[in-house]
Design a protein around this ligand. Structure first.
Ligand code: CAA
Length: 291
């Protein structure tokens, strides 16, 4: 099927990046959020990030202006129903996603493909509660969306080949690369990345290294662009903990147990960059390790 319009639910960290890349790829975009302040913040961020791309000559000012015009914001879920492909990028909590799908279903056209940007929740289970499990799949972007090349495409048990192929065509048009993953906890990226981050937190918890020495080790010793603790702050410590819990519960193996220190940071509300404190304190000029 020919996808021309994309509805994005949730204007947070992931939603604004998804709107950004879809609009640059000349899709008509409807960006939805229940909060009009979140929509305003998201549009300001899209403009700021497109400006960075204009400055580094990745796109022209004309590309930016045309793309910004292609994004319509809406606080009404019904407006998303008219699109050909919906990408849900709301808060990573299953009850919230279920409630959104329940409200959205009556507005959808019969042909619309419904997807979730979930980083770890079962696609089969999410899809089974909709009226279209064969037209439902995982469409998982990486953060920051305009920069990261990968999109994980996850088929639920009922997802049809036509649905998968249509989503693959969208990934191609976005200029990104798709990795096909089976629907098991954490899919591919988070199945590997989160245990590494969790192990870095254990390394800190057990006093093997400081925040600085752990991050330096992986940056300079393994050529990672960010150290694991810096990356955890970037992703959000609440998200990291939620994904570790999905791996622990879903795979029932103690090797996935979340580090108690990660839990403590989340309990303190020190969730990383978004709350200005995590493994680093971001309230000053330069980040300062908190341990
Ligand atoms: N929008 C547009 N452009 C952006 C951007 C954004 N949001 N963020 C960064 N950029 C651009 C910058 O403008 C810059 O462009 P030029 O090279 O053309 O000047 C380029 O990206 C590099 O950015 P910076 O110079 O600011 O900083 P950097 O070199 O330190 O790179 C980074 C920043 C790209 C974030 C890099 O540190 C990195 O790749 N980090 C790892 C990110 C990662 O692992 N992401 C995956 C997380 S896991 C996930 O998302 C899945 C999940 O479910 C949890």
């Amino acid at each position: 099927m020919d996808i021309q319009s994309i509805g994005i639910i949730g204007a947070g960290q992931m939603g604004n990046g998804i709107a950004h890349v879809c609009a640059l790829a000349k899709y008509d975009v409807v960006l939805h959020d229940v909060s009009s302040e979140a929509l305003d913040r998201a549009m300001a961020l899209v403009r700021k990030n497109m400006d960075r791309q204009v400055t580094s000559q990745k796109i022209t000012a004309e590309d930016r202006d045309q793309a910004l015009k292609r994004i319509k914001t809406s606080a009404t879920l019904g407006d998303v129903g008219a699109t050909d492909l919906v990408i849900e990028a709301a808060t990573e909590r299953e009850s919230i996603k279920d409630a959104i799908f329940e409200d959205l279903l009556p507005h959808l056209q019969p042909h619309t493909i419904l997807t979730s940007n979930t980083s770890s929740i079962s696609i089969t289970r999410l899809g089974s509660k909709t009226d279209r499990p064969e037209k439902f799949m995982g469409f998982h972007f990486m953060n920051p969306v305009p920069v990261m090349q990968l999109v994980e495409l996850i088929r639920g048990i009922a997802t049809s080949k036509e649905t998968f192929d249509a989503c693959l065509t969208v990934v191609d048009r976005l200029g990104k690369t798709a990795a096909s993953a089976e629907d098991f906890p954490g899919f591919i990226v988070n199945r590997i990345l989160m245990p590494m981050i969790n192990e870095a937190v254990y390394t800190l918890y057990e006093g093997v290294g400081s925040v600085t020495s752990i991050d330096q080790s992986l940056k300079l010793g393994a050529n990672h662009p960010m150290g694991p603790l810096e990356l955890a702050d970037f992703i959000g410590l609440d998200t990291c903990l939620a994904i570790m819990n999905v791996l622990h519960d879903g795979l029932a193996d103690t090797k996935y147990r979340p580090c108690p220190l990660l839990t403590k940071y989340v309990e303190a509300g020190w969730l990383g960059r978004k709350t200005k404190r995590g493994f680093y304190d971001y309230r000053g000029e330069a980040p300062v390790p908190t341990r």
